[in-house]
Ligand binder design. Structure first.
Ligand code: HEM
Length: 376
C-alpha cells in the first residue's frame, strides 16, 4: 500500500530513478506491482482479453463498483452535454481574483467551481451547502492539502446521506439534465438515492479537483515559461498546458486489478494483484522525450509528438473530458494572462503535494495586474 505521509512525491522520484536504470517494473509487496515501462502500461490499458477487472474512476459507488457500461456511457455523455451547454466565460470569473494572493493547492478548485456554479448545484438551497462542504473539506483540505488525512470517511458518508435526503424529498430532477444531480438521478431506478448522491459528489470531484489542479500547474508553468511571459497566445496557453501535463500530470498514476494469472515476459502477475501504472514516469523518461525532465512548451509547436503521453488515460476507461477540460484550462490561463502576470511562492520544502492528485507545493499564487497602455 502506498503510504501518504505527508505526500507521495518520494514514490515518483524513486520510480523515475528506477526507470532511468532500465527497470520496467518494481514490486511494492507481494500483492502490488508498479509498471514503469510505457509499452507495458499501454498493454494493460488497452487489454481486451479480460485480464483486468472493469473499473471506473468516478462511475462507482460504495455498494456497487463500477456501474454497468451502459449507465456509464449514458452518464458520461450527459455530463459532457451539461458542462458544454453554456458558453465558457472565464473572463467573467477572473477579475475577482486579480490583484491578490491565493492559497494553493485550492485556488483551481475555487476557480472551476465559480465557472460551473449552476452545473455543480452550488446555487441550490440545501444541496449547495453540501457540495461546498465536500469541495472545501474533502477535496481541498484532505485530498490536496493533506490537513485532514484521517477520518474523512465519516464526513463523506454524512454528506452522501444528507444529499440523498435532499435528492429524494426536495429535488425535482430536470430532463434533459442541467446539473450533476440530474446526471446522477438519470441512473434511477437502477440506482437508489444514496448511490445517486455518492455519484453526484464523485462527479463534483472530477469537474473541480482534476481540472483545478491541472489549471494551477498550467498557471505556474505558464509564468515560468520565459518564451511566452506576458504574452500568452491561445496556442501558447494550450502548449503550456500540454507540456505541464507531460511533466507533472495531475493523474500521475492509474490503477488496475488483475482478474486472471498472466505474464508479461518475466513478469508474472497473479490474479488479485493491484497493478499501478506509473504514467508520470513514462512521460518524463529520456528514452521517450529528449530533455524529458525540463519544461519545454515549444516542443508542442509542431504537430503532436507521437511519444508516450496519456494524461487523460487511454482505452475504455479514459477521461470523457479529454477535449473539454483542456479547453476550460487553456481559456482560463489565457483570460488571466490578458489581465495579469502570475507569480508563485512556495513554502519550504518545495515538493509537490501528492495524494490521489499531483498538486502544487503549498504556497501562494499572486496575480499582478498589468499596467494598461495608458498607464505605461
Ligand atoms: C471537466 C473536467 C473533467 C471531467 C468531468 C472528468 C470526468 C471523468 C470521468 C467521468 C472519468 C471516468 C470515466 C469512466 O469510468 O468511464 C474520468 C477518467 C479520467 N480522467 Fe477525467 N474528468 C475531467 C477532467 C480531467 C482532467 C483535467 C484530467 C487530467 C489532467 C483527467 C484525467 C482522467 C484520467 C487519467 C481518467 C482515467 C482514469 C483511469 O483510466 O483509471 N480528467 N474523468
Amino acid at each position: 500500500m502506498l503510504h501518504r505521509h505527508p505526500s507521495l512525491w518520494s514514490y515518483i522520484l524513486e520510480w523515475d530513478a528506477l526507470a532511468a536504470k532500465g527497470k520496467k517494473w518494481t514490486w511494492l509487496n507481494d500483492r502490488e506491482v508498479v509498471l514503469l515501462d510505457p509499452e507495458l502500461i499501454l498493454d494493460v490499458l488497452n487489454d481486451r482479453t479480460g485480464r483486468y477487472e472493469d473499473q471506473s474512476a468516478f462511475f462507482r459507488t460504495s455498494s456497487r463498483a463500477p456501474l454497468c457500461p451502459r449507465l456509464r456511457r449514458q452518464m458520461s455523455g450527459s455530463l459532457m452535454r451539461v458542462l458544454s451547454a453554456n458558453k465558457l466565460c472565464p473572463s467573467r470569473t477572473v477579475p475577482a481574483l486579480v490583484g491578490s494572493a491565493h492559497r494553493v493547492p485550492g485556488l483551481g478548485v475555487r476557480l472551476v467551481s465559480m465557472m460551473f456554479t449552476e452545473e455543480l448545484g452550488l446555487n441550490l438551497n440545501g444541496a449547495g451547502e453540501i457540495v461546498d462542504e465536500y469541495l472545501r473539506k474533502i477535496i481541498v483540505e484532505h485530498d490536496l492539502l493533506g490537513t485532514r488525512l484521517v477520518r474523512v470517511n465519516r464526513l463523506f458518508t454524512g454528506l452522501v446521506s444528507r444529499l440523498a435526503d435532499w435528492l429524494k424529498f426536495e429535488y425535482q430532477a430536470q430532463d434533459p439534465p442541467r446539473n450533476i444531480f440530474d446526471v446522477a438521478l438519470s441512473g434511477l431506478p437502477e440506482l437508489d438515492h444514496t448511490e445517486a448522491a455518492e455519484l453526484a459528489l464523485r462527479l463534483a470531484l472530477s469537474v473541480t479537483g482534476f481540472t483545478g489542479v491541472a489549471l494551477e500547474w498550467a498557471l505556474v508553468h505558464g509564468s515560468e515559461d520565459v518564451e511566452h511571459k506576458n504574452a500568452l497566445s491561445r496556442f501558447g496557453a494550450h502548449n503550456v498546458l500540454r507540456e505541464s501535463q507531460r511533466l507533472l500530470p495531475t493523474a500521475w498514476r492509474l490503477v488496475r486489478r488483475a482478474s486472471t494469472d498472466h505474464s508479461y515476459g518475466d513478469l508474472r502477475i497473479p490474479a488479485g494483484t493491484t497493478v499501478i501504472l506509473s504514467t508520470a514516469t513514462g512521460q518524463r523518461n529520456e528514452s521517450e522525450w529528449s530533455n524529458g525532465s525540463s519544461l519545454c512548451p515549444s516542443r508542442w509547436n509542431e504537430s503532436a509528438p507521437a511519444n508516450f503521453y496519456i494524461p487523460f488515460g487511454q482505452g475504455a476507461n479514459s477521461c470523457p473530458a479529454k477535449i473539454l477540460a483542456p479547453r476550460i484550462i487553456s481559456e482560463t490561463v489565457l483570460a488571466i494572462s490578458k489581465k495579469a502576470t502570475v507569480s508563485f511562492a512556495s513554502r519550504q520544502p518545495r515538493k509537490p503535494t501528492v495524494g490521489s492528485l499531483l498538486g502544487l507545493p503549498r504556497g501562494r499564487i499572486t496575480f499582478h495586474v498589468r499596467a494598461t497602455r495608458a498607464e505605461r
